[in-house]
Design a protein around this ligand. Sequence first.
Ligand SMILES: *[C@@H]1O[C@H](CO)[C@@H](O)[C@H](O)[C@H]1NC(C)=O
Ligand SMILES: *[C@@H]1O[C@H](CO)[C@@H](O)[C@H](O)[C@H]1NC(C)=O
Ligand SMILES: [Zn+2]
Ligand SMILES: [Zn+2]
Length: 433
Amino acid sequence: MGWFCLLTIISALACPSTGDKAAHSRLNLSSLTRELLDSAKEPEFFDWLRRVRRRIHEYPELAFEEHETSELIRSELDSLGIQYTSPLAKTGIVASLGSGVKPWFGLRADMDALPIQELIEWEHKSKNNGKMHACGHDVHVTMLLGAAKLLQRKRDELKGTVKLVFQPGEESHAGAYHVIKEGAVDHVEAIFGLHVSPEMPTGTVRSRPGPLLAGSARFLAKIQGKGGHAARPHTTRDPVLAASLAILALQQIVSQETDPLEARVVSVGFVQANQAANVIPEIVSFGGTFRSMTTEGLSYLQQRIKQVIETQAVVHQCTATIDFLEEKLRPYPPTVNDESMYEHAKRVGESMLGKSNVLLSPMVMGAEDFSFYSKKMAAAFFMIGTNNETEKPTLRLHSPYLIIDEEVLPIGAAFHAAVAISYLDNHAVHKYQ
Ligand SMILES: *[C@@H]1O[C@H](CO)[C@@H](O)[C@H](O)[C@H]1NC(C)=O
Ligand SMILES: *[C@@H]1O[C@H](CO)[C@@H](O)[C@H](O)[C@H]1NC(C)=O
Ligand SMILES: [Zn+2]
Ligand SMILES: [Zn+2]
């Protein structure tokens, strides 16, 4: 705080008195957040948000196939008069607002849906069979477009540049990795993202400083034995037994080798062998996920999973191959909130929603590819509540019954915009001439 005040005094002294006054007056956060939220809640604005969200919801598209979603975003940006570059990582878009000078601040929304059949009957149910926005990314895109509209109205007051990152392929496909690899956020110094949470009431947000979400990776193991008649096991090398003991042994990596105060997970999600009860198969495949709140934890688990499976296979005179699928399903690092970015977004949230509506989140073993940004720059990721008791919603993401309270749309739009505007204001590069 002291440091910041000092800077303000120095810049006030150093700047010529004929300079732009607005450039040096401290932002009134409470009036900014009130103004943004009021604007986004105006009936016309809200109706537009709802229309956009429902259109995206009706036409969900899977990772890296978000062509119609991308087209919709571009056409909304066109009508707002906002410039953008695309395509990026196949279907992504980065829009640009403000002066073009530093600082550059990023806001991110993911665009993809899930291979789930929506099971709720309502007017705007998914029209793409077997696909659904069951993780709320339709809401994320809409909130970011809402922020675009709010920011565009204030474009002359932005003390820097806002980059709106519409990112494809969050669900297992590490879209964020590809956005970063293509250089789209090279000069962005800090970034903010929101994820809907049907477990929290509308009008609340939550997060935590430091590690928030787990790093996550997968493995696929194949144990090769020697098949044969189940009546003559001594003539075979039984991969079913080897796999069974390997799976049991995997459980001990967490129970026996992990500090009980540290969170790690190793779960086996599938096992596949022959279908016949009287045949010992040649091969058994199984696979799962492993997670940790730290990068070191994740690589420890990876190394031990390989060792344990290979060794158990040898015990049973079989051989094992373990694939960590790094090319196809790139591991996600942990999502770690930068402490000062977290504090910044928390302050904005408290100003907009009231102190009691900004909660401290527990750590969660779910994963998010927002983590790739958090590895590269100061980042903060917040959950935003979408639970309206009157609608009796289903409280789980990835559920075919997920219901989102659309009242979240203006809140999320205003939250995004306020975090960006106030960040630029706090970090504006003063020019001394
Ligand atoms: C900020 O604005 C609000 C009204 O929007 C006002 O009540 C408050 O006094 C202002 N704060 C400062 C420090 O100017
Ligand atoms: C919940 O929904 C009802 C009816 O749709 C609405 O009147 C109310 O304002 C909503 N509550 C919140 C907290 O958004
Ligand atoms: Zn998801
Ligand atoms: Zn998601």
